[in-house]
Design a protein around this ligand. Structure first.
Ligand SMILES: NC(=O)c1ccc[n+]([C@@H]2O[C@H](COP(=O)([O-])OP(=O)(O)OC[C@H]3O[C@@H](n4cnc5c(N)ncnc54)[C@H](OP(=O)(O)O)[C@@H]3O)[C@@H](O)[C@H]2O)c1
Length: 329
């Protein structure tokens, strides 16, 4: 078992998820990239150790994270067993089902068959009896929402998940699902969506629904996959996601935002912060945001990101400057 810093809970803040009793670390660590079978396990281990040591209690996974799909859960399961087993009750571990995981008609989407067996497979890979939060990763246009809701309710009743959540559901789809959950008294407390300075889509549609339904938001890709950091300010590093992955973020996309990122970076420097710190602090100013799920390829990135909490207040003039930069074409 690892030796960790006994002060770790003093360094972090813990924020309530909607109107539930659950509190999440303001920063969570996600394992979409850099924790798969193709990535060095020792680097993944070092990032997870450091995150836990800095007070991050929430680790976010999905059945398909890797590559190959499933390997991020396997790697996290190994690290948990070898180093963190004694800390299980201090951790919030989430996973998801819905994207393509195995061949044939049951390997993805929102049927009862996929949802329930996918979680069973995830629990095996993780070496756990239960996860803390289990998500429907995306809405299924061909399965009745009531069936997906009942399947999520069933995993809670079976003790395989403590809470459930929705990811990538529209405001209307969320309201429909919450109608079923409210009837069933299923603890669906959290919504996981993309939210960052460059992607504000949820502000007008989803956030009012979450307020109404008393759910919390957990923001994914809070740094726009690295575009809201200093990663690309002076060129394109060969070990960056834009070069290595190229699928979800590519060099062309980075080129589209770089000028704004440079201007935002100037505002961050005036605040004595890095661009990453300022971008996370900006999200956390809304109490509806229970946590932001960062990704990281290096321990130093987690260390930098946690410093966002040291300066999370914004003056009106800083907010105006940021809005003006974002408005410009
Ligand atoms: N529910 C969903 O559909 C969904 C979808 C996407 C993501 N997610 C969740 O959200 C998590 C985070 O997503 P994300 O990885 O896109 O988040 P992100 O935090 O926006 O981007 C992470 C990347 O930004 C760079 N970075 C992070 N901190 C940095 C720093 N301080 N300085 C310089 N560069 C820094 C690193 O890029 P380099 O790798 O180039 O170093 C890192 O891999 C995922 O792991 C997953 O758990 C969920």
């Amino acid at each position: 078992m690892i030796q960790t810093d006994h002060d770790r809970y003093e360094k972090m803040s813990y924020r309530r998820v909607g109107h539930s009793g659950l509190r999440l670390s303001a920063l969570s660590l996600g394992m979409w990239h850099n924790f798969g079978g193709v990535d060095p396990l020792e680097n993944a281990r070092a990032i997870i150790h450091r995150a836990f040591d800095l007070g991050i209690t929430h680790f976010d996974l999905a059945n398909n994270y890797g590559p190959p799909a499933g390997s991020a859960e396997e790697n996290f399961g190994k690290i948990l067993k070898q180093d963190l087993a004694g800390y299980r009750d201090e951790l919030i571990i989430s996973t998801k089902a819905g994207y393509h995981m195995w061949e044939g008609p049951y390997g993805e989407w929102g049927s009862r068959k996929h949802i329930i067996y996918s979680l069973d497979q995830s629990l095996k890979r993780l070496g756990l009896d239960y996860v803390d939060i289990f998500y429907s990763h995306r809405p299924d246009p061909d399965t009745p929402f009531e069936e997906t809701a009942l399947a999520l309710d069933a995993v809670v009743k079976a003790g395989k998940a403590l809470y459930v959540g929705l990811s990538n559901y529209s405001p209307e789809q969320t309201a429909t699902m919450m109608h079923f959950f409210n009837e069933l008294k299923t603890p669906c407390i959290i919504h996981q969506d993309p939210y960052n300075l460059y992607n504000r889509k949820i502000e007008n549609g989803l956030l009012p629904v979450l307020r109404e339904e008393k759910m919390g938001l957990i923001a994914f890709s809070p740094l726009a996959q690295g575009q809201l950091t200093d990663r690309y300010l002076n060129g394109i590093p060969q070990d960056s996601r834009a070069v290595k992955s190229g699928r979800f973020l590519d060099v062309e996309q980075v080129g589209k935002t770089i000028e704004k990122s440079r201007k935002l970076n100037a505002v961050a420097l005036e605040r004595h912060q890095t661009l990453a710190e300022m971008s996370l602090a900006w999200l956390l100013k809304d109490p509806l945001v229970a946590s932001v799920i960062i990704g990281a390829s290096k321990v130093s990135q987690v260390e930098d990101n946690v410093k966002a909490l040291e300066n999370s207040d914004f003056s009106n003039s800083e907010l105006e400057k940021i809005e003006n930069i974002l408005k410009k074409e």
